[in-house]
Design a protein around this ligand. Sequence first.
Ligand SMILES: *Cc1c(COP(=O)(O)O)cnc(C)c1O
Length: 438
Amino acid sequence: MHDTIQFEATREFAERMDQADPLASFREHYLIPEKNGKPVRYFTGNSLGLQPVGARKIIGKELEKWAEFGVDGHFEGERPWFKYHELTKKGLSVVTGALESEVVAMNNLTSNLHLMMVSFYRPDKDRYKIIMEAGAFPSDQYAVETQVRFHGLDPEEAIIEIAPEAGEYTLSHDRIIDTIRKHGGETALVLLSGVQYFTGQLFDIRAITKAAHSAGALAGWDLAHAVGNAPLNLHDDGVDFAVWCSYKYLNSGPGSVSGVFVHERHGNSADLPRFAGWWGHDQDERFLMQKGFKPMPGADGWQLSNVNVLGTAAHIPALELFVEAGMSGLRQKSLQLTGYLEFLLKQADPGGQQFRILTPANPEERGCQLSVFFPSNGRNVFDHLAKMGIVTDWRENQLAETKERSGVIRVAPTPMYNTFSDVYHLYQELKKALENVR
Ligand SMILES: *Cc1c(COP(=O)(O)O)cnc(C)c1O
């Protein structure tokens, strides 16, 4: 249980909340873009997180080291590149709720999804289906579709998409569980996103994983929008594998290194099929350059290549801030911050005539993002906000009721660097925008 706060739609209230915020000082660790000479109100940490101040310094140091040592940098200096992937393990274990041996930073998200599916989507003639959400992020759809074809199967038959009920935008928990039960006997893999990128819905990872296992299937998770946003307990929840990217809530830089989780009950199975490379090979024998792949124990055994040091460098200070702040404190602030955003949105449109929040109203079923659907004029509202230095995200209408300039504005107040005043400011400009379009 968390305390219920009596929210108020005033600047003074927002400022009071900021003063009382125990995590307020974390904002100083980020570089906030400016517009018209003032810091923007940045609500798109769900798309590209802000740069931690420490990123430039550590990348600079690796560049200096490269200049100074050349190839010897692999084994010399403060952070030998040879073991660079180990430097992110602590942080990754904190943000995912995993053992350090269960997580590793490598490659990019979609590449990792493919690698994980090579190991954990092993269709046979009885079990070959994949259950996923309808309208999944396109890269995931393409990965799954082509994996299915790779096994000589027909995506139309092998992919079961769970769609919302008519008139709904999010998936009820029962609908997910019922689908798993219904197709359980033929299902090889349940693959969902932890937080749905479009609606912001947070799924019950533990219960869905359990349902998948009861049906005899494996459970994989795409945590692109969940990691660094909601607390995760991948180990205890029994998740089989997970993938994520580091450039959204984890603030580690555009296209920066992705991460994977492989549960320890799989991590030491040397005979699990996988696509291997030398960096996954037993570290002590790696440079013997011999035949015969012998995987490192744990998630490390899925590494292919030597680490991208410059990308991973930014990941290190970014993760340290999460370790310092702690996921439970961040979540507590996030519930208040997003609760405040929801409260103010309702104040701005009390009758619900101008827009509708698609994200679940239950705080347990969402992260920080609210997705706000405008049946009309949404684009004008978005443009007004952008002009006033309020950075949100616009998605053309993907929904049934198509009207001109309709669509969804996604707003993601992150507890790491957003303030209650940011949220209040958005509310004020939203009200102005709504008056203009009325
Ligand atoms: C952001 C995102 C991606 C992006 O994939 P990359 O391989 O990092 O380009 C994929 N899937 C989901 C669900 C995402 O939210």
